[in-house]
Design a protein around this ligand. Sequence first.
Ligand code: ADP
Length: 165
Amino acid sequence: MSQKQVAVYPGSFDPVTYGHLDIIERGLEVFDEIIVAVAQHAEKKGLFTTAERIALIRSAVGDDPRVRVDTFQGLLVDYVVSQGARVILRGLRAVSDFEYEFQIAQMNRNLRGEVETLFMMTSVPYGYLSSSIVKEVASLDGPVASLVPPPVQKALAEKYSRIRT
Ligand code: ADP
Protein backbone atom coordinates (compact mmCIF):
# COMPACT_ATOMS: atom_id res chain seq x y z
CA MET A 1 0.00 0.00 0.00
CA SER A 2 1.42 3.39 -0.91
CA GLN A 3 1.76 5.99 1.81
CA LYS A 4 -0.83 8.74 2.13
CA GLN A 5 0.44 12.00 0.64
CA VAL A 6 -0.23 14.79 3.10
CA ALA A 7 0.35 18.51 2.47
CA VAL A 8 0.23 21.33 4.98
CA TYR A 9 -1.41 24.51 3.73
CA PRO A 10 -0.33 27.22 6.20
CA GLY A 11 -1.47 30.80 6.47
CA SER A 12 -3.22 33.46 8.49
CA PHE A 13 -6.68 32.83 7.02
CA ASP A 14 -7.97 36.04 8.60
CA PRO A 15 -10.55 35.20 7.26
CA VAL A 16 -10.68 32.36 4.73
CA THR A 17 -11.64 33.49 1.19
CA TYR A 18 -12.72 31.78 -2.04
CA GLY A 19 -9.06 32.14 -3.12
CA HIS A 20 -7.93 29.91 -0.23
CA LEU A 21 -10.77 27.46 -0.87
CA ASP A 22 -9.76 27.19 -4.51
CA ILE A 23 -6.23 26.19 -3.49
CA ILE A 24 -7.60 23.61 -1.02
CA GLU A 25 -9.94 22.15 -3.64
CA ARG A 26 -7.22 21.92 -6.27
CA GLY A 27 -4.73 20.65 -3.70
CA LEU A 28 -7.04 17.72 -3.06
CA GLU A 29 -6.62 16.70 -6.70
CA VAL A 30 -2.94 16.20 -5.96
CA PHE A 31 -2.78 15.16 -2.29
CA ASP A 32 -4.71 12.59 -0.27
CA GLU A 33 -5.05 14.89 2.69
CA ILE A 34 -4.59 18.60 3.35
CA ILE A 35 -3.97 20.08 6.75
CA VAL A 36 -5.04 23.72 6.75
CA ALA A 37 -2.78 25.17 9.44
CA VAL A 38 -3.64 28.52 10.97
CA ALA A 39 -0.47 30.26 12.13
CA GLN A 40 -0.51 31.75 15.60
CA HIS A 41 1.61 34.87 15.73
CA ALA A 42 1.88 36.43 19.16
CA GLU A 43 2.82 39.79 17.64
CA LYS A 44 0.40 39.76 14.70
CA LYS A 45 -3.10 40.40 15.91
CA GLY A 46 -5.75 39.83 13.32
CA LEU A 47 -9.43 40.60 13.08
CA PHE A 48 -10.54 37.09 14.02
CA THR A 49 -9.25 34.92 16.84
CA THR A 50 -7.56 31.64 15.94
CA ALA A 51 -10.63 29.72 17.12
CA GLU A 52 -12.90 31.86 14.94
CA ARG A 53 -10.65 31.39 11.89
CA ILE A 54 -10.66 27.63 12.38
CA ALA A 55 -14.45 27.53 12.76
CA LEU A 56 -14.90 29.58 9.57
CA ILE A 57 -12.56 27.33 7.57
CA ARG A 58 -14.36 24.27 8.93
CA SER A 59 -17.74 25.67 7.96
CA ALA A 60 -16.42 26.38 4.45
CA VAL A 61 -14.86 22.97 3.78
CA GLY A 62 -17.75 21.06 5.33
CA ASP A 63 -17.13 17.59 6.70
CA ASP A 64 -14.67 16.47 4.03
CA PRO A 65 -12.52 13.91 5.88
CA ARG A 66 -9.56 14.75 3.61
CA VAL A 67 -9.25 18.23 5.10
CA ARG A 68 -7.99 18.73 8.62
CA VAL A 69 -7.99 22.20 10.18
CA ASP A 70 -5.39 22.84 12.83
CA THR A 71 -3.26 25.58 14.33
CA PHE A 72 0.46 25.75 14.99
CA GLN A 73 3.02 27.83 16.82
CA GLY A 74 6.74 27.96 16.23
CA LEU A 75 8.57 26.82 13.13
CA LEU A 76 6.33 25.69 10.29
CA VAL A 77 8.81 23.05 9.09
CA ASP A 78 8.84 21.43 12.54
CA TYR A 79 5.06 21.34 12.54
CA VAL A 80 5.04 19.80 9.04
CA VAL A 81 7.37 16.99 10.12
CA SER A 82 5.40 16.42 13.33
CA GLN A 83 2.32 15.77 11.21
CA GLY A 84 4.07 13.18 9.06
CA ALA A 85 3.87 15.51 6.04
CA ARG A 86 6.65 16.51 3.66
CA VAL A 87 5.04 19.21 1.59
CA ILE A 88 4.09 22.82 2.29
CA LEU A 89 1.41 24.04 -0.09
CA ARG A 90 1.28 27.76 -0.88
CA GLY A 91 -0.69 29.84 -3.34
CA LEU A 92 0.81 32.41 -5.68
CA ARG A 93 -1.13 35.37 -6.95
CA ALA A 94 0.60 38.34 -8.53
CA VAL A 95 4.33 38.65 -9.09
CA SER A 96 4.38 40.61 -5.84
CA ASP A 97 3.87 37.35 -3.89
CA PHE A 98 6.98 35.84 -5.43
CA GLU A 99 9.80 37.63 -3.62
CA TYR A 100 8.39 36.95 -0.17
CA GLU A 101 7.46 33.35 -0.91
CA PHE A 102 10.86 32.68 -2.46
CA GLN A 103 12.61 33.93 0.66
CA ILE A 104 10.49 31.85 3.02
CA ALA A 105 10.81 28.73 0.87
CA GLN A 106 14.61 29.09 0.83
CA MET A 107 14.72 29.55 4.59
CA ASN A 108 12.47 26.55 5.17
CA ARG A 109 14.69 24.44 2.96
CA ASN A 110 17.73 25.52 4.99
CA LEU A 111 15.94 24.59 8.17
CA ARG A 112 14.64 21.21 6.99
CA GLY A 113 15.85 19.98 3.62
CA GLU A 114 13.36 17.11 3.55
CA VAL A 115 10.37 19.46 3.46
CA GLU A 116 9.43 20.68 -0.02
CA THR A 117 7.38 23.80 -0.77
CA LEU A 118 4.92 23.52 -3.63
CA PHE A 119 3.22 26.50 -5.24
CA MET A 120 -0.10 26.55 -6.95
CA MET A 121 -1.04 29.45 -9.19
CA THR A 122 -4.20 31.24 -8.28
CA SER A 123 -7.25 30.77 -10.48
CA VAL A 124 -7.77 33.88 -12.57
CA PRO A 125 -10.92 35.17 -10.81
CA TYR A 126 -9.06 35.15 -7.48
CA GLY A 127 -5.81 36.71 -8.64
CA TYR A 128 -6.35 39.91 -6.69
CA LEU A 129 -8.25 38.44 -3.79
CA SER A 130 -6.72 38.63 -0.33
CA SER A 131 -8.03 38.55 3.23
CA SER A 132 -6.85 42.16 3.66
CA ILE A 133 -8.82 43.44 0.69
CA VAL A 134 -11.91 41.56 1.90
CA LYS A 135 -11.57 43.16 5.33
CA GLU A 136 -11.16 46.58 3.81
CA VAL A 137 -14.28 46.25 1.68
CA ALA A 138 -16.32 44.72 4.52
CA SER A 139 -15.21 47.42 6.96
CA LEU A 140 -16.65 50.00 4.58
CA ASP A 141 -19.87 47.99 4.37
CA GLY A 142 -19.15 46.97 0.76
CA PRO A 143 -20.33 43.73 -0.86
CA VAL A 144 -18.12 40.68 -0.29
CA ALA A 145 -20.52 37.91 -1.37
CA SER A 146 -18.40 37.00 -4.41
CA LEU A 147 -15.21 36.88 -2.33
CA VAL A 148 -16.03 34.80 0.74
CA PRO A 149 -18.53 32.06 1.65
CA PRO A 150 -21.77 33.09 3.46
CA PRO A 151 -20.66 32.23 7.05
CA VAL A 152 -17.57 34.42 6.59
CA GLN A 153 -19.69 37.20 5.16
CA LYS A 154 -21.92 37.03 8.23
CA ALA A 155 -18.97 36.93 10.64
CA LEU A 156 -17.42 39.98 8.95
CA ALA A 157 -20.68 41.93 9.16
CA GLU A 158 -20.96 41.09 12.86
CA LYS A 159 -17.36 42.05 13.63
CA TYR A 160 -17.56 45.38 11.86
CA SER A 161 -20.97 46.32 13.17
CA ARG A 162 -19.54 45.75 16.66
CA ILE A 163 -16.46 47.83 15.87
CA ARG A 164 -18.56 50.62 14.38
CA THR A 165 -20.95 50.88 17.34
P1 ADP B 1 -0.02 34.46 4.99
O1 ADP B 1 -0.14 35.51 6.06
O2 ADP B 1 0.81 33.29 5.41
O3 ADP B 1 0.34 34.95 3.62
P2 ADP B 1 -2.73 34.13 3.97
O4 ADP B 1 -3.92 33.63 4.71
O5 ADP B 1 -2.76 35.52 3.47
O6 ADP B 1 -1.50 33.84 4.92
O7 ADP B 1 -2.44 33.18 2.73
C1 ADP B 1 -2.21 31.80 2.89
C2 ADP B 1 -1.79 31.20 1.57
O8 ADP B 1 -2.87 31.28 0.64
C3 ADP B 1 -0.61 31.91 0.90
O9 ADP B 1 0.17 30.95 0.23
C4 ADP B 1 -1.28 32.82 -0.11
O10 ADP B 1 -0.43 33.11 -1.20
C5 ADP B 1 -2.45 31.94 -0.53
N1 ADP B 1 -3.56 32.72 -1.06
C6 ADP B 1 -4.27 33.68 -0.46
N2 ADP B 1 -5.21 34.20 -1.28
C7 ADP B 1 -5.08 33.55 -2.46
C8 ADP B 1 -5.72 33.64 -3.74
N3 ADP B 1 -6.67 34.53 -3.96
N4 ADP B 1 -5.29 32.81 -4.71
C9 ADP B 1 -4.29 31.93 -4.49
N5 ADP B 1 -3.64 31.80 -3.32
C10 ADP B 1 -4.02 32.60 -2.32
